[in-house]
Design a protein around this ligand. Structure first.
Ligand code: NAD
Length: 255
């Protein structure tokens, strides 16, 4: 019995920078379950990285800079025309200026705030809008969040505020496009050593703290995040929308 029903489904994966990316972990699982994976990238460097780590595996790779409406529209028109229907989207994209993570929060600039919001939160809405005309069979959109959305975590600063907006946007989108049978959910992932995580000051301390305090006494792997993302993209989660799901060894429940 095909419980997942992802075989042959067209899933867009946004945010693979290299083999450490959470999005790459998800893409690998999508290949395992027989989905057609369509990658988007911002920089040429990422495109070459994706081609390299694909190691001959068939996949379409499309440019999409989420700070740019024309780029988003071109990407989803191209994907829609090539594949006809989009069944799933993995939004695994975020960025903030380094100084806004390193400086005191009170020093956050208007530009830095707007840039983090635009890239990391508004992009979910823009992507859903561009993809919706091709999500004609319903579908599932999954975005990546972090505990910094709801708790003050040192060094997360403007990105925490962007993640709060991302989770709220996820809920409003879920309510808005649920009638078209499109589900929207967030995964709140534990700390994982990736390129983006390098920008967060004292990331090693965060990893140690989680290992000591999380109920499961260990950090989260990108494979664990990938597995739950597959569930959230699949038929198994058909009754779930507007939800933030924690894949963080239970760390968020601790005081
Ligand atoms: P990563 O650096 O591998 O991925 C971030 C991706 O965002 C990169 O591929 C980058 O190219 C892309 N990106 C940034 N600006 C973009 C733009 N304008 N247009 C298109 N793409 C753009 O790091 P990651 O840790 O895999 O991050 C993926 C997601 O997971 C992010 O939303 C991140 O906040 C979230 N997350 C990460 C952790 C962690 O500890 N690593 C924990 C929770 C949530």
């Amino acid at each position: 019995m095909d419980l997942l029903q992802l075989q042959g489904k067209n899933v867009v994966v946004m945010g693979v920078a290299n083999e450490r990316s959470i999005a790459w972990g998800i893409a690998k699982r999508l290949f395992d379950v027989g989905a057609n994976v369509i990658f988007t990238y911002r920089k040429e460097r990422s495109k070459s990285k994706i081609e390299k780590i694909l190691a001959g595996q068939e996949a379409t790779i499309v440019e999409c800079d989420v700070n740019n409406d024309a780029s988003i529209a071109n990407a989803f028109t191209q994907i829609g025309e090539q594949f006809g229907v989009i069944h799933g989207i993995v939004h695994s994209v975020a960025f903030a200026h380094a100084e806004d993570l390193h400086n005191r929060f009170v020093e956050t600039t208007r530009d830095g705030y707007a840039f983090a919001q635009d890239t990391s939160a508004y992009s979910l809405i823009a992507v859903a809008k561009a993809a919706k005309p091709y999500m004609t069979e319903g579908g599932s959109i999954v975005t990546m969040s972090y505990l910094g959305a709801e708790r003050v975590l040192p060094g997360y600063n403007v990105m925490g505020v962007a993640k709060a907006a991302l989770e709220a946007s996820m809920r409003y989108l879920a309510a808005d496009i649920g009638a078209e049978n499109i589900r929207v959910n967030a995964i709140s992932a534990g700390a994982i050593r990736t390129l983006a995580a390098k920008g967060v000051p004292s990331f090693n301390d965060i990893l140690h703290k989680i290992e000591e305090n999380a109920p499961l006494k260990r950090n989260t792997s990108k494979e664990e995040v990938a597995d739950m993302t597959i569930v959230m993209l699949s038929h198994l989660s058909r009754g779930v929308t507007g939800e933030t799901i924690y894949i963080d060894s239970g760390y968020h429940i601790m005081g």
